[in-house]
Design a protein around this ligand. Structure first.
Ligand code: NAD
Length: 517
C-alpha cells in the first residue's frame, strides 16, 4: 500500500488552555505580517502588475490583511500558456507520482495549520474553531483525493473479446479554471484545485476577490510541497476583468466553480458557447447556493434540536451554503421550539473573530448591506422575534445581530431566497407531511435535516426530502471529506459531490483502444 488508510484530520480543542495560548501566539505573529504585498504566480514566476487588490479584515475594515496583484488580459494569456505547457509533462506522470505530491502538500498544510487558520481569522472573520476546521478540511481533500486517484490509474475493467486486446483508460482533460467562493476560503479552494490536478489536469486558480491572501498562502504551500511550475497558476483580481474572460477562453477545457446561483448560471450559459478555435465542449461544474431547512416534529428531543438549529444557523455568521436558514416546526411544538431557539441564540456573543466570538462580522460591505436589506424586507413579511439590524457601526466592522423571524409564510422573500447571513425564518407546519412539503418547496436542494424519533417519518424523509445532504437528529453543517460527499440537487448545482468517490472521474475522459491480433 502506498499510503496508510485515510482518516479525517482532527480539530484543535480550544477549551484546553495550552492549545488556546499556543493558537493566540500564532495569531499574534500573523497579525505582525498583515499588510504585505503578494504577486501573481504564473508558471512558477512571481508577477506584479502595478495594480493591487486590497483584502481587508471584515471585523476591522480599516485593517489591510494584504494586497494581491491584479491580473488583467495579458496575465490571463500568460497563465493559460504556462498551464498548457505544464499539462504536457504533468498529465504524462504516473498517477502515484502526483498522488504523492498531494500527500506532501497535506503535510505542509498540516505543519502550517495554526498559521493558515490565523489568516482565516483575519481575512474572513472565522472564529478559531471554524478556522481550524476549514484548514482540516483542506488537508482532508489532499489526503482523500490522493488515495482516490490511485483507483483511477490503469485500465478500467471490461469484458474480454476473443482475438482482440481492448483497453479503456482514463486520462486528464487539459487546462481548467478553478473559481471558488470566499466562505470556505481554504477548504473549497484547495479541494476544487487539487481534485482536477491530481488526475493530471493543470489549472488557473482564480480565488474570490474577498479572500486573495489565503490563496497566496496556499501557493506558498504548493511551492514548498514541490509541485512543478505551471501546474497551479494563481490569478487574483476583479471579477469584471477575470470572470468572463477565463470562462470564455477557447483554451479553457473545464470550469470548476463553487458560488452563488447567479454566477453559476452565468458561467454555465457562457461556457456553453463554442468559441473560435475551441475544439471541445467545456465541462462545467457549478456547485451553488442553498435555502436549507431543518424540520422538527413533536417526537423530537427539543433540546438537541435547538442545539442543532443554533449551530447550523449561526456558525460562521450563517455564511455556509449548508447553513440552516429555515426552521420548520410542527404546530404541536412550535411555540416551545421557538422560545428555546430564541433563548439559546440570545446567548451567542457577537464580536471580533480575533477574540473568538460566536458570531463575528460578515464578509464585506456589499454582503452586509444586502443582509440588512433582507432583514428590512422580513419585517414586512413576518414577525421579528430577535435581532433585526446592525450590531454597531459598519466603519468599525460588518457585524449583524443574529436575527430570527417567526411565522414566516412559505411565499415570503426571506423564506425563498438565500440571504447568506445570520438570519433564520421559523415556519409553522400543520404536521410532518406539511413540513416536508414546505421544505421541498424551494428551488434549492443542498442540505436539509430532520429531528424526530419516529422511525417511519425518518424513513420517509430519507426518501422524499429533495436535498443532496440529509442529516437526521444532528446539525446540518460540517460535512466531512470522504465521509459525507458534499453537493446538492436541483438549483444547488451539478452534484459533483466534493469529497466523494466519484468526484475525480468528472475531470477525466476515457479512451478505448481495440487491437486485433
Ligand atoms: P459568488 O457567486 O459571488 O462568487 C463565487 C466565485 O465566482 C468568486 O471567485 C467570484 O470572484 C467568482 N465570480 C464572480 N463573477 C464571476 C463571473 N462573471 N465569472 C466567473 N467567476 C465569477 O459567490 P460567493 O459570494 O463567493 O460565495 C457564496 C455563495 O457560494 C453562496 O451562494 C453559497 O451558497 C455558495 N456556496 C456553495 C457551496 C456548495 O458546495 N454548493 C459551497 C460554498 C458556497
Amino acid at each position: 500500500m502506498l499510503f496508510e488508510p485515510y482518516v479525517n484530520e482532527g480539530y484543535l480543542d480550544f477549551s484546553d488552555e495550552a492549545t488556546l495560548t499556543r493558537f493566540r501566539s500564532v495569531l499574534e505573529r500573523v497579525r505582525g505580517e498583515l499588510g504585505r504585498d503578494y504577486p501573481l504566480v504564473i508558471g512558477g514566476e512571481r508577477v506584479t502588475t502595478g495594480d493591487w487588490l486590497e483584502s481587508i479584515d471584515p471585523c476591522q475594515p480599516a485593517r489591510v490583511v494584504g494586497r494581491s496583484a491584479k491580473a488583467k488580459a495579458s496575465e490571463i494569456e500568460a497563465a493559460m500558456a504556462a498551464a498548457q505547457q505544464a499539462f504536457r509533462s504533468w498529465s504524462g506522470l504516473p498517477m502515484a507520482h502526483r498522488a504523492r505530491l498531494l500527500v506532501k502538500l497535506a503535510a505542509v498544510l498540516r505543519r502550517r495549520r495554526e498559521e493558515l487558520a490565523s489568516w482565516e481569522v483575519f481575512e474572513a472573520s472565522k472564529n478559531y474553531l471554524e478556522a481550524i476546521a476549514d484548514v482540516a478540511e483542506a488537508i482532508d481533500f489532499c489526503e482523500y483525493y490522493a488515495r482516490q486517484s490511485l483507483e483511477l490509474a490503469g485500465p478500467r475493467p471490461a469484458h474480454s473479446f476473443r482475438g482482440e486486446e481492448n483497453t479503456s483508460t482514463l486520462m486528464a482533460m487539459g487546462v481548467g479554471v478553478v473559481i471558488p467562493p470566499w466562505n470556505f476560503l481554504l477548504a473549497i479552494l484547495v479541494g476544487t484545485t487539487v481534485g482536477p490536478v491530481v488526475v493530471g489536469n493543470t489549472v488557473i486558480l482564480k480565488p474570490s476577490p474577498s479572500t486573495p491572501i489565503i490563496a497566496q498562502k496556499f501557493m506558498e504551500c504548493v511551492a514548498e510541497a514541490g509541485f512543478p511550475a505551471g501546474v497551479i497558476n494563481l490569478l487574483t483580481g476583479d471579477d469584471a476583468d477575470l470572470g468572463d474572460a477565463l470562462v470564455d477562453h477557447p483554451q479553457t477545457r473545464f470550469i470548476n466553480f463553487t458560488g452563488s446561483v447567479a454566477t453559476g448560471m452565468r458561467i454555465n450559459e457562457r461556457a456553453a458557447k463554442v468559441q473560435p478555435g475551441q475544439n471541445w465542449l467545456k465541462r462545467v461544474f457549478t456547485e451553488m447556493g442553498g435555502k436549507d431547512a431543518l424540520i422538527v416534529d413533536e417526537t423530537a428531543d427539543i433540546a438537541a434540536a435547538v442545539d442543532a438549529a443554533v449551530a447550523s444557523a449561526f456558525g460562521f455568521q450563517g455564511q455556509k451554503c449548508s447553513a440552516m436558514s429555515r426552521l420548520i416546526a410542527v404546530e404541536a411544538i412550535y411555540d416551545e421550539l421557538l422560545d428555546a431557539f430564541v433563548a439559546r441564540t440570545r446567548e451567542l456573543s457577537v464580536g471580533p473573530a480575533e477574540q473568538n466570538a460566536d458570531v463575528a462580522a460578515v464578509i464585506n460591505r456589499k454582503q452586509y448591506d444586502k443582509i440588512l436589506r433582507y432583514i428590512e424586507t422580513g419585517k414586512h413579511e413576518a414577525r421579528l422575534v430577535l435581532g433585526g439590524g446592525a450590531a454597531g457601526d459598519p466603519e468599525q466592522g460588518f457585524f449583524i445581530e443574529p436575527t430570527i423571524f417567526a411565522e414566516v409564510p412559505q411565499s415570503a422573500t426571506i423564506a425563498c431566497e438565500e440571504i447568506f447571513g445570520p438570519v433564520v425564518s421559523v415556519m409553522k407546519a400543520r404536521d410532518f407531511e406539511h413540513a416536508l412539503q414546505i421544505a421541498n418547496a424551494s428551488m434549492y436542494g443542498l442540505t436539509g435535516g430532520v429531528c424526530s424519533r419516529d422511525r417511519a417519518r425518518i424513513e420517509r424523509a430519507r426518501r422524499e426530502l429533495e436535498v443532496g445532504n440529509l442529516y437526521v437528529n444532528r446539525k446540518i453543517t460540517g460535512a466531512l471529506v470522504g465521509v459525507q460527499p458534499f453537493g446538492g440537487l436541483k438549483m444547488s448545482g451539478t452534484n459533483a459531490k466534493a469529497g466523494g468517490p466519484d468526484y475525480l472521474r468528472g475531470f477525466m475522459e476515457m479512451k478505448t483502444v481495440t487491437e486485433r491480433f
